[in-house]
Write a protein that binds this ligand. Structure first.
Ligand code: AGP
Length: 619
């Protein structure tokens, strides 16, 4: 199953290679530490010694790999290394990179879309697979092409068969003075030193040694030797090298030039959503790849009721999921805050499905609710961002969001990719149960393909949102209101603000204003109103008028320039139009940016807010 979703870079793992006069193993280990923000569930290095290429790998962090190597203290002049964020195959030594086939050893960042096809072909040729990764097919494929030619020639031949996203560094037993790299849709950069050269996923890996960088383009291959660097297209055409000097500090470089991880992750959302979609549906046929959800057609047809449990931001995604699934599939959906679920004596039966939503896969309350559902006989699907996490291991099926490591405590890209996952699930189960026609499914999938671009356009409002933040960052509190499917986005906006700026904020269904909250309204309490042009628009306009008539200040977020919301609000933020379900993704962007800028203006530590942890592993 492939789709033509908008291809963007994937940044789920960190790779690095070094060739030169220093001890390459130390340089690579140092570089991996600086890439650990890109993935940290397992790691490994491959280095040339007098025995040829030696590989050392382990589950865990770089420090575990470093201590594993301490006693051996290997030296080398040519080494490649990898720190992993698992997408295919749990974190383990055998799934860790580098991977080897015959005289080829390589590290990879990205997703090989047609790896199952390639794996089948290679097994028929007699290759034995030792890992669950998609990466291993690259090793065997290149090894299969090294019939007496150079490493770069074998790579050029092999990569013709590969579909997907990749940044690869490859070495070959009988060419100890060479590293070959290839780039497509995953970042790969080259560092230029004096008689020493670096290849890596990102600049921080070698910024301590060199700030002269070649940013490789898609379809380019680079050959590093002690004598220098050559760049050519995968068809062999030489490429003129474009060397740039990077002025970032190592810390800024880890954040990709952004001031905080949270802002970097807000801006990663077009790529994160594109990667979460990648290979999971075909917009032309309107088919969703049900295998990605781990259930067969008969199981999906037999589901009686759906329960969704989660905490915090993931709980808000759960409510969005309820609206989408009930609207499209007409299955009853109950949503619970995970810490409440098992204490309310839930009536959940074996024919029911529990969907667990958790970025980390380690939230204690969520795992406890998941286990209670299992004890009561229900099937469990986890929507999770961390391969091999407790929740994903305990579940009957897992849908992995491919948003990459989310370092900022405040969840952003994980949230929007969770919604994308729920949207795909609803389409898949809805089609299977005959509730969604081919025509509707094609239209909904075509619209999903436009979302990375529409998120980009929503991000372009950043400057005006920062100006709004400057006007309101001293407010004593905020109200966020929405109706229908944007009600949970109001909840999410309020949570984002309170957790990184420490301003009290509440999300409310707009219809509830007159039942109490309107008593709070005065000019010190700005109200953020989600006002999409949908069937509830007129009612949301009334809510704005209720606030304005009591002297309140209104910041509206809308997706239609003709909306009355703007003319009667104090401030107005636009997001592109899309369908009612995906409007939740687009309206999340200004919520995130407003909270971020207010937090920064208030001098808060937006990446690590006080009292909070990225993963709440205690009940
Ligand atoms: C979100 O910004 C918060 N950091 C927090 O509410 C988080 O969503 C919650 O702890 C759930 O985490 P999980 O998705 O990893 O289970």
């Amino acid at each position: 199953m492939t789709n033509d979703c908008w291809l963007l870079t994937i940044d789920m793992c960190g790779i690095i290679g070094y060739i030169g006069k220093r001890n390459a193993v130390s340089v690579v280990l140092d570089g991996l530490k600086r890439l650990e923000y890109r993935g940290y569930d397992s790691a490994g290095v491959a280095f040339f010694s007098d025995k040829g290429i030696e590989v050392r790998r382990c589950r865990g962090k770089i420090k575990d790999l470093t201590s594993m190597l301490e006693s051996e203290n290997p030296t080398s002049n040519n080494t490649i290394g990898h720190t992993r964020w698992a997408t295919h195959g749990k974190p383990s030594e055998e799934n860790a990179h580098p991977h080897r086939s015959r005289d080829i050893v390589l590290v990879h960042n990205g997703i090989i879309e047609n790896y199952l096809h390639l794996k089948k072909m290679l097994i028929e040729k007699g290759y034995r697979f030792r890992s669950e990764t998609d990466t291993e097919v690259l090793c065997h494929l290149i090894a299969d092409c090294t019939h007496g030619c150079s490493l770069e020639e074998a790579v050029m031949e092999a990569m013709k068969e590969v579909k997907g996203a990749y940044a690869i560094a490859i070495i070959k037993e009988d060419e100890p003075d060479k590293i070959v790299g290839v780039k497509k849709d995953s970042p790969l950069v080259v560092g230029l030193g004096e008689g020493e050269y670096f290849i890596a996923s990102d600049v921080p890996a070698f910024l301590n040694y060199s700030s002269d960088v070649i940013f490789l383009e898609d379809g380019e291959m680079v050959i590093l030797t002690r004598d220098g660097v050559r760049v050519n297209k995968l068809d062999g055409t030489p490429v003129r090298q474009k060397v740039k000097s990077v002025s970032w500090s190592p810390s800024m470089a880890e954040k990709g030039g952004y001031r905080h991880f949270m802002l970097k992750e807000i801006y990663e959302q077009p790529r994160a959503i594109a990667d979460t979609m990648r290979g999971r549906f075909n917009a032309e046929s309107g088919e969703v790849n049900l295998e990605e959800f781990g259930f067969g057609e008969e199981e999906l047809k037999s589901i009686g009721k759906i329960f969704i449990v989660a905490c915090g931001t993931s709980y808000h995604a759960a409510i969005v999921g309820k609206y989408i699934i009930e609207d499209l599939v007409r299955i009853p959906v109950e949503v619970d805050i995970a810490s409440e679920f098992r204490y309310r004596k839930p009536i959940i039966r074996p024919e029911d499905l529990m969907i667990v939503i958790t970025q980390s896969g380690e939230t204690a309350d969520t795992i406890a609710a998941q286990r209670e559902a299992k004890r009561l006989g229900a099937k469990v699907l986890t929507i999770c961002n961390v391969v091999g996490s407790t929740s994903s291991r305990d579940a009957d099926a897992v849908f992995y969001t491919h948003s990459g490591p989310e370092i900022g405590v405040a969840s952003t890209k994980a949230f929007t990719t969770q919604i994308a996952g729920l949207y795909l699930f609803a389409l898949g189960i809805g089609k299977t149960r005959g509730m969604i026609s081919d025509k509707i499914s094609k239209a909904l999938l075509q619209e999903l393909l436009t979302i990375p671009g529409k998120v980009e356009r929503s991000l372009s409002e950043d400057k005006s949102i920062r100006n709004i933040a400057k006007e309101f960052f001293k407010a004593r509190g905020f109200l966020y209101i929405g109706r229908g499917i944007t009600y949970p986005i109001a909840l999410e906006g309020a949570l984002k603000l309170k957790e990184i700026s420490y301003i009290h904020a509440e999300g409310y269904p707009a219809g509830e204003m007159k039942h109490g909250p309107i008593a709070l309204i005065d000019e010190e309490l700005p109200v953020v109103v989600l006002a999409p042009m949908d069937n509830l628009h007129e009612k949301i306009i009334s809510s704005i008028q209720e606030v304005k008539s009591r002297g309140g200040k209104v910041i509206s977020i809308t997706n239609n320039i003709d909306s009355d919301a703007c003319s009667i609000s104090d401030k107005c933020i636009f997001v592109p139009e899309t369908n009612v379900y995906l409007t939740t993704v687009l309206m999340s962007i200004p919520m995130q940016l407003l909270a971020y800028h207010i937090g920064v203006l208030r001098g808060c530590d937006v990446d690590q807010p006080r009292n909070l942890a990225k993963s709440v592993t205690v009940e």
